[in-house]
Design a protein around this ligand. Structure first.
Ligand code: SF4
Length: 396
């Protein structure tokens, strides 16, 4: 059974950072000043985009010629000079059909990497949504996180972004940080809300393997807030965001009405997306393909890959999902959304009924108060949202 073809999302992964933060497991390298490598990366990314847009002679992969969201993430996209970012964006607009006015074009920036003129140029280049990696508004916490900016720079970046004309502005925040207490999280959240963001992404710090925070925690050298304080932080977050008119629409995301991130909604809806750049993942025609996590090798494969199929070797991992696999994934991703998953839509997409498919497992979760029906939507309850990973593990 094949799903109807819809516009895809286009993700451009910029794998450079000024320096590596000690908690971060995203694929990026601390080569913020390596202009030669950055230029090679941009040329390689352009080739990857051209090959994917052309379908490279493969009908299945050529299907999503229309993209209605574009997202430049990283890494730290803004460590690239503005003209290179503008160049990559204009290449994508030339290669893919887009819906014009309603196209969402997001850019992640970090305070300390852009100034007022950069933001003006980026807005003029066509980026119309900005996501600012603030993380905390406490200078001590920012230092412990290894960030390159302080509170004043974060606030300044918000002001400049507004002045540059970004009317759709999101802030990234983190809680559960080393040395953080309830008071300092409250202060950060209150100060962030005073900046009047249209959207907030709020994540609890997680200790990812192969990060220095993970190693320090194992050695007993990292002091994180206890579980009961984390729960209080979460409750405070719900109350304050709601009072500020930001509706929680996903486990970690809050937005004013009408400005949920449409690009990220594609991931939670398990729709098609095209990933450009080293480490980026594409999901096209039921196949998920991950590109090599090595900037130099990525550039070599695309720039020296010749005119044949050599460029395809950038994908080092590929998995085609059967109907049941896609169904399961769609349920798990969709339950991250506060509204949950539509039974009718799942039936239309996959020809499977969620209640019949999961049977007693679903009943058990319902009786435990972790999931519930709201009309024809199955969703996590407030308790289920707190224990989302446990629920997902049951449905995998
Ligand atoms: S700036 Fe962002 S992507 Fe880069 S290392 Fe820090 S957290 Fe990771």
């Amino acid at each position: 059974m094949s799903e109807p073809v819809q516009a895809a999302g286009l993700y451009v992964h910029v794998p450079f950072c000024e320096r590596k933060c000690p908690y971060c497991s995203f694929f990026s390298i601390a080569e913020g000043g390596n202009r030669e490598l950055q230029q090679r990366y941009v040329r390689a990314a352009r080739i990857q985009m051209e090959r994917l847009a052309a379908g490279a002679g493969e009908e299945e992969i050529s299907r999503p010629r229309t993209v209605d969201t574009i997202f430049f993430g990283g890494g730290t996209p803004a460590v690239l000079p503005v003209h290179l970012l503008a160049d990559l964006l204009s290449t994508s607009l030339e290669l893919f059909d887009t819906p014009g006015e309603s196209l969402e074009v997001s850019l992640e920036v970090n305070p300390g990497t852009v100034d007022r003129d950069d933001l003006l140029s980026l807005r003029r280049a066509g980026f119309n949504r900005i996501s600012i990696g603030v993380q905390s508004l406490d200078d001590g916490e920012l230092r412990r996180l290894g960030r390159i900016h302080d509170r004043a720079q974060a606030e300044q970046t918000v002001t400049w972004a507004r002045q540059a004309g970004f009317s759709n502005l999101s802030l990234d925040l983190m809680f559960g940080l080393p040395g953080q207490d309830l008071c300092s999280w409250r202060r950060t959240l209150e100060q962030a809300l005073a900046l009047k963001p249209d959207h907030l992404s709020i994540y609890e710090l997680t200790l990812e393997e192969n990060t220095s925070f993970y190693l320090r925690a194992r050695q007993g050298d990292l002091h994180l807030p206890p579980e009961e304080i984390i729960c209080e932080m979460m409750e405070w977050t719900q109350e304050q965001t709601a009072a500020a008119g930001l509706r929680r629409y996903e486990i970690s995301n809050y937005a004013r009405p009408g400005v949920a991130c449409r690009h990220n909604l594609k991931y939670w809806d398990n729709s098609s997306y095209i990933g450009i750049g080293p480490g980026a993942v594409s999901f096209l025609a039921n196949t998920r393909m991950a590109a090599i996590e090595d900037v130099a090798a990525y550039c070599r494969l695309l720039l020296d890959g010749g005119t044949g199929d050599g460029w395809r070797r950038v994908w080092v991992d590929s998995e085609t999902l059967d109907r049941q696999g896609r169904f399961r994934e769609t349920v798990i991703m969709g339950l991250r959304l506060v509204r949950g998953v539509s039974r009718t839509r799942l039936q239309e997409r996959f020809g499977l009924d969620i209640e019949t498919f999961y049977g007693p497992v679903l009943e058990r979760l319902r009786e435990a108060g972790l999931v519930e029906w709201a009309g024809e939507y199955l969703r996590l309850t407030p308790a289920g949202l707190r224990l989302a990973n446990t629920v997902m593990a049951e449905l995998v």
